[in-house]
Design a protein around this ligand. Structure first.
Ligand code: ZN
Length: 157
């Protein structure tokens, strides 16, 4: 009996994994239809696990000009707002949103969300890119994409 339950659970988990197979994020930011990534600038690099002083970068940066509209990359359910920093000098960009869709849970940083709950269809606006240049002058302004489990999102781009 227990064995049967475990097999059913495993099958359900595998089905969930298969949803993500080959999945790619749709356009995240207005003006960047290819989801071009932040490569390198005077503030650092945008790839997953890029060095950040004594820490490493837990997400992937997708280029997005300040004040651009940010879109749902696929059909998503908005879960909650995200606080990025405790440093008050970064208040201008201290916002984001957590969402789920296609079997993935992930967060977008530096976005002022229109709302923090409910369903949004792929390509629909979810918010606006915050004024990153005011905090990091000269940086490649970007949305930071971070999986809830901090795994590598690169394969989805
Ligand atoms: Zn980042």
């Amino acid at each position: 009996m227990k064995m049967t339950t475990n097999v059913a659970l495993l099958a359900a988990l595998l089905a969930l994994v298969c949803v993500c197979e080959g999945l790619k994020f749709g356009q995240l930011c207005q003006g960047n239809p290819a989801n071009n990534q932040r490569i390198s600038d005077t503030w650092g690099q945008g790839h997953y696990k890029a060095p950040r002083g004594t820490r490493t970068h837990d997400g992937l940066d997708i280029a997005c000009n300040d004040d651009s509209e940010v879109y749902a990359p696929f059909d998503v359910t908005l879960k909650r707002g995200v606080i990025v920093y405790t440093d008050p000098s970064k208040a201008a960009i201290n916002n984001g949103i957590q969402m789920e869709g296609q079997g993935l849970c992930f967060k977008l940083f530096y976005v002022n969300p229109d709302k923090t709950s409910g369903f949004v269809s792929q390509g629909q606006r979810i918010g606006v890119m915050l004024p990153m240049q005011s905090v990091y002058p000269g940086i490649t302004s970007h949305v930071h994409v971070q999986m809830c489990d901090k795994s590598d999102p690169s394969g989805y781009f």
